[in-house]
Design a protein around this ligand. Structure first.
Ligand code: ZN
Length: 189
């Protein structure tokens, strides 16, 4: 009889560990005192719209939220390490981007900096003030490579395989169900 040890497919890491879609997304809290180590060399940012109760990306062609005259709001995302050294994705706003640009001018890169963000007056929507300083005790070249932040964003927006667009912008396969109004067939919006 085979030994149970030999029957089981042991592994030191799950096969899907590299999907990248499951990092926690961190947003600055009003009274945040957490510090993050930035792994990214560059900010991944985009124009978004707040539309139908969600933050969704602006798209270059036939943007439904633009058609609905929704204003633009820029967000950036950084690959970071948490204080417990787990990989996270941190959302940033234009004011943080400005602070990062100033830091990068002085230090040549944002990678390997320790960032602390808090909101003015501790308000949920207060402007975010960022404080940056170089990491101590760990050489930058020994930090892990930055993880890809885009798979997480695609998961949040529920980007659809068949349209390559967020679910909220996508027609279901086969189109929206047909509805009959005043004897005419229309596509449900
Ligand atoms: Zn748009």
């Amino acid at each position: 009889m085979a030994d149970a040890r030999e029957m089981i497919n042991w592994s030191s890491r799950p096969a899907n560990l590299k999907t990248g879609a499951s990092y926690p997304l961190i947003r600055c809290k009003p009274d945040d005192r957490r510090r993050w180590v930035i792994l990214s060399r560059e900010i991944v940012g985009l124009d978004t719209h707040y539309w139908k109760g969600r933050t969704v990306p602006h798209v270059k062609q036939d943007c439904p939220a633009c058609a609905d005259k929704r204003p633009f709001r820029w967000y950036g995302f950084l690959a970071c390490l948490s204080p417990g050294w787990t990989k996270v994705v941190h959302e940033i706003t234009p004011s943080v981007c400005e602070a990062l640009e100033i830091y990068a001018k002085d230090h040549g890169t944002i990678r390997g900096s320790v960032i602390e963000m808090r909101r003015t007056r501790g308000k949920v929507n207060g402007r975010i003030i960022a404080t940056l300083k170089p990491i101590e005790g760990v050489p930058v070249e020994q930090l892990p490579e930055p993880h890809d932040v885009i798979p997480l964003l695609f998961r949040l927006w529920e980007v659809q395989e068949h349209t390559q667009l967020p679910k909220i912008y996508s027609k279901p396969p086969g189109g929206f169900p047909r509805i009959v109004k005043n004897g005419k067939e229309e596509e449900a919006a």
